[in-house]
Design a protein around this ligand. Structure first.
Ligand SMILES: NC(=O)C1=CN([C@@H]2O[C@H](COP(=O)(O)OP(=O)(O)OC[C@H]3O[C@@H](n4cnc5c(N)ncnc54)[C@H](O)[C@@H]3O)[C@@H](O)[C@H]2O)C=CC1
Ligand SMILES: O=C(O)C(=O)COP(=O)(O)O
Length: 526
């Protein structure tokens, strides 16, 4: 049975799902060295933001197949190191969107009305109404940095509160921003005009210290900043200085450059600063959502199925996966088959998406085809995560073509592999949307479902060949399950595809190649 380590607090709903397929150990609060020592026993690791999954941890995780982040941000995981080792990294892109957006909005209103300090003052026995005079958000300008899932929900609610919305996000269109009711502007203009600035971007090299002494100086004296995204996007020392000196009016922070927050000047500031301990995703609802979302993906990967929200498999979102899953299986089977027909080292793989498939995303299919192609060389070490890297390292050139005019099947996939021993091609399609059929081998039309053990021959189409091959296989006690011949012209060249019940015994392939009329023969195990 597989073993899963859960190293941060995760809702029971997730643990229950994992327990169906694995032994689950919940060990929270581990020190890095403790985690490094035990990670080697585990097939999967489930975390939140509390566990740092460094390269050392990944190297020590020799059995790891998947790291599941029950939340959005994966900046605490060395994703590049995981990818190199073929470890899938998954997250829950939407499970805590509402929770994080509501926390940002709560922070904005709390900051405007001094709720945390007013509450503390009343609880101390005071009745001070003068100190806590606030500001309204109605008709004020909210600058949203990052108009993704959380930023968009903040925009919707803020609009309903009568705020004017500016947004900065270089990766979304003006039309999309306008649909959400935001005017897309340059960052400088947002800094200059906003009364409230809320951050909803990932921490990347581009966004690190985005809010610093220089950018703070551009803001209005009544500006208030809310950060429920990631620590390190704000230079905390510069922020503390700006608030103390009145360059801006205040800030509400849920996330910090280093967590838990240690000694910090921010702690010593008054009601202008609100601090929460990374609570954005901490609602009962969000924790159930993310736990189920990620536990299901860990379960699937441990059962050998693909994950729907893998962050290190390019172009493979849940909607795409749902649609393309059967075609990915087709691509993988064809990749494995053409790799074995080509033998030797493959240098170029031509991938042609035909018919209806031509309008689809190609990246997942190419990855699946490469996974199949590399299977003979790498066995279980190749997967959807590292297939691209492994192919690049082996110098395999991938050429993608689309041919919407091919109409034999609704959608089919054609792979052609050229290597040190020559060129071979296979085409396949799905029957009834899920049953894989080989429809062409080396340019000869056939129609057979692939089977575990197969034998292909290239021969002259002439009487007696099938009989000779049948008797030869019979004399070695090889049982033929099915057989089909594909030819282009009568008595020309032809291809024979046989499904056999067992692997071909050693030496027999050479004898088959000696049969007069047979030019070549290949065994394939799928
Ligand atoms: N405090 C908490 O507990 C939580 C924090 N988060 C954090 O919130 C952030 C946003 O999450 P989502 O909205 O779900 O992500 P998302 O991926 O839907 O949106 C992020 C947006 O940022 C934009 N972006 C990327 N680089 C940018 C740049 N340099 N400048 C401006 N925009 C840029 C992207 O185009 C995208 O639209 C993430 O950092 C996530 O980790 C998420 C959930 C809970
Ligand atoms: O989902 C995210 O990105 C978060 O920051 C939430 O973090 P958490 O799971 O609450 O430690």
């Amino acid at each position: 049975m597989s073993k899963v380590l859960v190293s941060d607090p995760i809702d029971k709903a997730g643990i229950d799902i994992l327990s169906q397929v694995a032994t689950v150990d919940v060990k929270t609060g581990l020190k890095p060295a403790e985690l490094q020592e035990i990670i080697g026993e585990y097939d999967a690791l489930m975390i939140r933001s509390g566990t740092r999954v460094t390269q050392e941890i990944i190297e020590a995780g020799t059995q790891l197949k998947i790291i599941g982040r029950a939340g959005v941000g994966v900046d605490n995981v060395d994703v590049a190191a995981a990818t190199r080792k073929g470890i899938v990294v998954v997250n829950s892109p939407e499970g805590n969107t509402i929770a994080a957006a509501e926390h940002a909005l709560a922070m904005m209103l709390s900051l405007s009305r001094h709720i945390p300090d007013a509450n503390a003052s009343v609880k101390k026995g005071e009745w001070d109404r003068k100190t806590f005079v606030g500001a309204e958000v109605y008709k004020k300008t909210l600058g949203i940095v990052g108009l993704g899932k959380i930023g968009s929900h903040v925009a919707n609610v803020a609009k309903a509160m009568g705020m004017k919305l500016l947004a900065y996000d270089p990766f979304i269109s003006r039309e999309r921003a306008e649909q959400i009711g935001c005017q897309l502007v340059e960052l400088d203009l947002l800094f200059q005009q906003a009364d409230y600035i809320t951050l909803h971007i990932p921490k990347t090299p581009e966004t690190a210290n985005l809010i610093n002494a220089k950018t703070l100086a551009k803001m209005k004296p009544n500006a208030r900043i809310i950060n429920c995204a990631r620590g390190g996007i704000i230079d905390e020392a510069a922020l503390a200085t700006a608030v103390k000196e009145g360059t801006i009016a205040g800030a509400a922070l849920d996330v910090f450059a280093s967590e838990p927050l240690g000694e910090s000047e921010l702690r010593s500031l008054g009601k202008e600063i609100i601090l929460t301990p990374h609570l954005g995703a901490s609602t009962a609802e969000a924790q159930v959502n993310v736990a189920i979302d990620v536990a299901e993906q860990i379960r699937d990967v441990l059962l050998g199925l693909p994950a729907r929200s893998a962050v290190n498999i390019p172009g493979l979102g849940p909607d795409i996966l749902e649609e393309l899953k059967p075609y990915m299986e087709l691509a993988e089977t064809l990749g494995n088959l053409v790799g074995q027909l080509a033998g030797g080292r493959v240098e170029t793989l031509n991938v042609t998406l035909q018919g209806d498939l031509a309008t689809n995303k190609s990246q997942p299919l190419i990855i699946a085809a490469l996974k199949g192609l590399l299977y003979q060389a790498l066995r279980e070490r190749v997967n959807y995560v590292n297939a691209n890297i492994e192919a690049k390292e082996r110098g395999i050139r991938v050429i993608e073509t689309r041919d919407a005019s091919a109409r034999d099947y609704a959608g089919s996939l054609h792979l052609e592999a050229t290597g040190t021993l020559g060129t071979h091609s296979v085409t396949g399609a799905l029957l009834g949307d899920k049953e894989i059929h080989l429809t062409d081998v080396d340019g000869f039309p056939i129609n057979v479902p692939p089977s575990k053990y197969m034998l292909f021959t290239l021969h002259r189409d002439m009487p007696g060949i099938i009989g000779k091959l049948g008797s030869l296989l019979g004399s070695f006690n090889v049982n033929i399950a099915s057989m089909q011949v594909g030819r282009k012209i009568v008595r020309g060249d032809a291809v024979m595809a046989l499904s056999i019940d067992d692997p071909l015994p050693d030496g027999i392939l050479e004898e088959i190649k000696q049969v007069s009329g047979i030019r070549d023969a290949y065994t394939v195990t799928l």
